[in-house]
Design a protein around this ligand. Structure first.
Ligand code: NDP
Length: 478
């Protein structure tokens, strides 16, 4: 058996399928798992798919790899990943590459890279999106870490990555240290926003217009043929069309309305707060999941708080459906614009030099947010890499402007009739805040100066000023 070109340790759903994907692409893959049964079952069930080297111990695993060694760690995020990396560090040699392909928090990745770099090892934190199926058939891969490691690792990752329609692999070197995991985190944040916006569109058609899930499935399937074409819209139609075998009702009607979360949305919002980037779409989506799970508060509120007194009524059903489509599209552009702002802010903060257009390019296939309009985002950043916000790109500005009247009608209709649409509403408020000539921030500066002498700047004179609020209220230069 030749020395393995790559090793995968951690053979649960993701690692197992990644290992198979490498083997199917002609690589000899060393495979290892803490409990050996998983490793043996992989060999027994899929050993004929390519060249695997079965390793019962981590020592055997490291010994089976060609030098410099490339090891992919695909174990439970957090403590288990640290434990496995620590064990590997004792066995590996300078120049070897350790890839953490799990869902790590980017600050953990930055810490791990520092530790491993001090020992001469290359550490690559890599985002992998696409779930179990993507890992096998082609995920979107977002590797960070040192650029030189990409020379060895890149061709292997690009071979197993999803391919966009034009044949290009959905994988590129994102940037050094934690850049890959950061971009994966924001990808997940955008995914939260996208799902919430779709949920709100559904709710308006369901609660507002009173359409059946099957009819709404048809509408989503129709939308999937246009600008909104995306994996999430496609699967929404599938979910809405599903009938529950037990009751004969639409499955969506028998699922508890409490959304779970594993934490990447929360991570994205926390990081955005630290970086000072408003990601209102992602934040609303994360909070909306939290509200859905506040069963005690919801139960108490239902019995006490009055709803709207305005009946939902529209003159033209088809026109309202089109309004919702336009509102969804415009809100989605806002969510992506905010996510890209966050990536840029982190790139500036940490000196990662991330090419924003490339991130949209590697999300075009394999990942959960794959969508037709990512091509347009790549084009926008190719036209102008320094675009202040995606919303001012000529294409997107025109697209969103075309939908603004519809967006306003939908948000006001939702508010009037008591249908919660937090992500639609806050995306529109963000849009209006960006384009406003004057914001009430001027008043806030006045208040801050009043109670805390925090000072302010004037529109007409350079300098920093303070008003003597508790004295004679004259203005002094601070
Ligand atoms: P899990 O997150 O369920 O982790 C299980 C794996 O971790 C098993 O191989 C297990 O070994 C191993 N493990 C746990 N603790 C230890 C330890 N202390 N020492 C050694 N090995 C340990 O597996 P998944 O395949 O779902 O995910 C793997 C990684 O990929 C995670 O970081 C996850 O967040 C990420 N990810 C998952 C996606 C998904 O759709 N599931 C999508 C994208 C990323 P054992 O068999 O011995 O228990």
């Amino acid at each position: 058996m030749p020395a393995a070109q790559i090793g995968v340790t951690g053979l649960a759903v993701m690692g197992r399928n990644l290992a198979r994907n490498f083997a199917r692409h002609g690589y000899t893959v060393a495979v290892h798992n803490r409990s050996v049964e998983r490793m043996h079952s992989l060999i027994a069930e899929h050993g004929d798919e390519g060249e695997f080297v079965a390793c019962e111990t981590l020592e055997d695993f490291v010994g089976a790899l060609a030098r410099p060694r490339t090891v992919v760690v695909m174990v439970k995020a957090g403590g288990p990943t640290d434990a496995v990396i620590d064990q590997l560090t004792e066995l590996l040699e300078p120049g070897d590459i350790v890839v953490d392909a799990g869902n790590a928090l980017y600050t953990d990745t930055m810490r791990r890279e520092k530790t491993l770099a001090a020992r001469g090892l290359h550490f690559v934190g890599s985002g992998v999106s696409g779930g179990e199926e993507g890992a096998l058939l082609g995920p979107s891969i977002m590797p960070g870490g040192p650029a030189e490691s990409y020379a060895t690792l890149g061709p292997m990752l690009e071979a197993i990555a999803a391919k966009a329609e034009d044949g290009t692999p959905c994988c590129t070197h994102v940037g050094p240290d934690g850049a890959g995991h950061f971009v994966k985190m924001v990808h997940n944040g955008i995914e939260y926003a996208d799902m919430q916006l779709i949920g709100e569109a559904y709710d308006l058609l369901r609660q507002g217009l009173g359409l059946t899930p099957a009819r709404i499935a048809d509408i989503f399937a129709e939308w999937n043929r246009g600008d909104l074409q995306s994996y999430l819209i496609e699967i929404t139609a599938e979910v809405l069309r599903q009938t529950d075998a037990r009751t004969g009702a639409a499955l969506v009607d028998v699922i508890k309305d409490q959304a779970g979360q594993k934490g990447t949305g929360r991570w994205t919002v926390k990081s955005a707060l630290d970086l000072g980037v408003p990601v209102t779409g992602i934040a609303e989506a994360t909070f909306a999941r939290a509200i859905s799970s506040q069963t005690a508060q919801r139960e108490a509120a239902r019995g006490v708080l009055p709803g709207a007194t305005v009946e939902f009524a529209v003159a033209d059903e088809a026109a309202f459906i089109e309004d919702v489509r336009l509102a969804l599209y415009a809100s989605k552009v806002v969510a992506y614009a905010q996510g890209f702002d966050q990536i840029r802010a982190a790139s500036d903060e940490f000196g990662w030099d991330i090419a924003l257009g490339d991130m949209a390019r590697i999300w075009r296939a394999g990942c959960i947010i794959r969508a037709r309009f990512l091509d347009r985002i790549t084009e926008a950043f190719t036209r102008d890499a320094g675009l202040p916000t995606l919303l001012v790109d000529l294409y997107f500005a025109a697209e969103v402007a075309g939908g603004v009247p519809a967006w306003r009608r939908v948000v006001s209709q939702a508010a009037l009739t008591g249908i919660p649409a937090p992500a639609f509403a806050s995306s529109l408020a963000y849009y209006d805040s960006l384009r406003a000539e004057r914001l009430p921030a001027a008043l806030i500066q006045g208040q801050r100066d009043f109670f805390g002498a925090h000072t302010y700047q004037r529109i007409d004179v350079e300098g920093t000023f303070h008003t003597e609020w508790s004295g004679d209220r004259t203005e002094v230069e601070a």
